[in-house]
Write a new protein. Structure first.
Ligand code: HEM
Lengths: 355, 202
């Protein structure tokens, strides 16, 4: 299908919205009626047609507006994109991976013409048509990682692998769930995960790291993570928390359906060929509660998950104060009926709300 | 007693050991305030290593207390500086001229240890090869995550950012690159509601 790109904002007047198409393909993260941290990783080998898992890097109706939002964030704070000096080769690897994937997966939107080291990149939605020399930084307006991730939705962490460890040595991070690249750059896998509750004690990070260290080129993996955001604000950064934190207090029983968003991250893992670095795209999807509950199964399930979520997780994810109001709202969409296993909407088999 | 046992914390928070003599042609020892006691303890059992040692000491508010006894260890080079910042060019010069096998010993406050460790890392010494021993104040070097300014010697939680003036709470999340803990606005979700500051670890 051809994608109609929304003209919308993720700040100020918050005109962000999901079409029916975007709602139905939303990556609902709960495969059962409860949630706890786990090593939830699987191969990233496509998925059902039209789903966010189908392509290597999903492009959707928010693409152009998200890239505009990223440019605004970077203009205000260039520290959101950083690369330690030894990571330039990995940046080129990433540029190649994204250009090849986008041009193969979305030929009507992106074109890559390679003639030896002379590459021509055409990005039709963003009206970009650039010719440059591969591996020659002077021929691009930004470093290779910054150049390409200004044109690719989601955040990007580029991890150097050495001493059986991953090091966060480069990244483009403007749509993050409240963590700072500028603070975390240079840290190792256990250090940047330090603030996460319970998961260390459960051995999750040890097992996850082992899995990641062994990811091979051409065999990417993926997982989902989620949190909650009031207003469709992409830039929930610690840097700006002193400005956006107060928005959490603007929820009321009347506006919660429109204002409260479930925020889901589709995280994928790709090995890069020349640098042996690992790239970790974190693609953020937002959905308003009022849109989510139009899928009866999801409404039922989200209520149960949020109700039974351990306090530590609700606190870490920053919504413990608003949880009672969320539950008041969500309980209206939970009639107690059983839900089908798995994450899909199952509109044909799930009954309408019996309330 | 200048030793403090930090409670268990998260994985990014540094942990400190007890200085031990290492084989090496040269030794660089950097300490501030009560950190001097760690060097004196080291010297008590291993006076020999000071023959090849360069000791850099910043007394802070300990004044003359330790200077005489450190001098008695008879280091090859002994420098007493008025502040850590003032000693940085010297530290960089020593590290840039260092040969393989230079042993680095750091002692004193977390701010000094973190910053000096950073200098040594930039000179190519892996952080795991650098010894450190905490002594004295539990004050922290804090970065304001909002304005990026560093506030030195923070002893209370919350505290006021010395650059942008926001009231920040003290996290245990620590960056070796910045040699600082993270400070985050404490009243972001309830502007003006600032808890009464309490001493760290009180
Ligand atoms: C190498 C790629 C990865 C990167 C760069 C990364 C990065 C991060 C960061 C920056 C945070 C926020 C920590 C904070 O509060 O400051 C986080 C949270 C988390 N990460 Fe990772 N992560 C990676 C892989 C994984 C994997 C493979 C798992 C598998 C279990 C995982 C599990 C988690 C969990 C459970 C949280 C807490 C999220 C929440 O409750 O909202 N991460 N990650």
């Amino acid at each position: 299908m051809t994608i109609q790109f929304n003209k919308e904002s993720f700040r100020g007047d918050y005109t962000f919205h999901n079409s029916d198409w975007a709602i139905q393909r939303f990556p609902f993260p709960f495969h059962e009626d409860s949630y706890m941290y786990s090593v939830n990783m699987e191969q990233h080998r496509g998925g059902p047609e039209g789903s966010v898992y189908e392509k290597r890097f999903d492009v959707d109706e928010h693409y152009v507006s998200e890239m505009h939002d990223r440019a605004l964030v970077l203009a205000e704070d260039p520290l959101r994109c950083q690369s330690l000096p030894h990571m330039t080769l990995a940046g080129w690897d990433l540029l190649e991976l994204i250009m090849v994937a986008k041009s193969e997966d979305y030929p009507e939107l992106f074109e890559l013409h390679r003639n030896g080291d002379t590459w021509r990149w055409v990005n039709k939605p963003m009206e970009i048509d650039d010719t440059f020399t591969f591996l020659d930084e002077t021929t691009l307006p930004y470093g290779p990682m910054e150049y390409i991730t200004r044109q690719a939705q989601g955040d990007w962490c580029v991890l150097d692998q050495r001493d059986d460890m991953l090091w966060m040595d480069a990244g483009m991070v403007t749509t993050q769930a409240d963590w700072s690249l500028d603070f975390d750059i240079g840290m190792n896998f256990f250090e940047w995960h330090a603030p996460v509750p319970l998961a260390h004690e459960m051995g999750i990070f040890k097992r996850a790291l082992k899995f990641l260290l062994n990811i091979q080129q051409g065999a990417p993996a993926r997982r989902l993570n989620w949190t909650m955001t009031v207003n469709p604000l992409l830039d929930t950064s610690p840097e700006n928390y002193h400005k956006w934190g107060v928005q959490k207090t603007t929820l009321t029983p009347k506006n919660i359906g429109a204002k409260q968003h479930l925020r889901v991250e589709l995280q994928t893992f790709f090995r890069l060929p020349r640098s042996n670095a690992l790239v970790f795209p974190i693609r953020c999807y937002l959905i308003a509660f009022q849109d989510l509950v139009t899928i009866p199964k999801w409404g039922r399930r989200l209520h149960r998950v949020i109700r039974d979520l351990p306090d530590e997780l609700a606190t870490y994810k920053g919504f413990i104060a608003n949880r009672p109001m969320m539950l008041d709202y969500l309980s209206r969409y939970d009639d107690g009926l059983a839900t089908s296993p798995g994450v899909w909407p199952d509109l044909e088999i799930e009954p309408e709300l019996q309330k | 007693m200048s030793r403090f046992t930090f409670p268990d914390s998260i994985a990014s928070r540094p942990v400190y050991g007890t200085l031990e003599p290492k084989q090496g042609k040269a030794h660089l020892m950097i300490a501030d305030a009560e950190g001097a006691e760690a060097l004196l303890d080291l010297g008590m059992h291993n006076p020999d290593i000071f023959k090849n040692s360069h000791v850099i000491f910043i007394p802070k508010d300990t004044g003359q207390t330790y200077i005489g006894s450190l001098a008695d260890l008879d280091p090859e080079q002994f420098y007493v500086g008025p502040s850590y910042d003032a000693s940085v060019p010297r530290i960089r010069r020593v590290l840039s001229g260092a040969h393989m096998g230079l042993q680095v010993y750091l002692a004193g406050t977390e701010g000094l240890i973190g910053q000096a460790q950073n200098e040594a890392m930039q000179a190519g010494i892996p952080h795991t090869a650098i010894q450190s021993e905490h002594r004295g104040s539990v004050a922290r070097r804090m970065q304001c995550v909002h304005c990026k300014g560093i506030t030195e010697d923070v002893t209370t939680d919350p505290f006021v950012c010395s650059h942008c003036g926001l009231n920040l709470f003290v996290r245990d999340h620590y960056s070796r690159r910045l040699a600082a803990f993270q400070g985050v606005r404490v009243d972001a979700e309830d502007p003006g509601n600032i808890p009464v500051p309490v001493e760290l670890y009180s």
